[in-house]
Design a protein around this ligand. Structure first.
Ligand code: NI
Length: 138
């Protein structure tokens, strides 16, 4: 027996047209996949709002010459070893570094870690890619 459920939805014409244009623009193969992706995005947002555990990545760019910056970032990371799965450091050019932390843990703790890192003076960029552990997501 198929595990697929057929649903019929009614949408405002303008909204449906806009949705179809977005599907076309992104190259999404079907409306069904586009709708399923939106539902998953919503479920992941909900995991971040009230879930127990999420995953994600903190992405930072900085000039390694900036005095004291490396030490501050390292200290914050050492205080959060229970949240950090791995770190990867790329030397982008002579001056700039890209550092990516793969993280997993309670959403509030990960958001707090991101805030602490983002507050460090001298960072050129610090963003959080909010993902999921996938466990609760079909
Ligand atoms: Ni570097």
């Amino acid at each position: 027996m198929s595990n697929l459920v057929r649903m019929s939805v009614s949408l405002d014409r303008d909204l449906a047209d806009r949705f179809d244009r977005e599907i076309e623009r992104t190259g999404c193969p079907t409306r069904s996949k586009a709708v399923a992706d939106l539902i998953r995005q919503s479920l992941v947002r909900q995991e971040w709002a009230d879930g127990d555990e999420v995953s994600g990545a903190v992405i930072m760019v900085y000039d390694h010459h900036t005095r004291g910056l490396g030490g501050r970032l390292t200290r914050i990371q050492h205080d959060a070893v229970h949240l950090i799965l791995a770190t990867q450091h790329f030397h982008l050019d002579h001056d700039n570094c890209l550092e990516i932390l793969a993280v997993k843990g309670p959403p509030r703790d990960i958001a707090r870690l991101h805030e602490k890192l983002a507050a460090v003076k001298g960072l050129k960029h610090c963003s959080l890619a909010a993902a999921t552990t996938g466990r609760e997501l079909p």
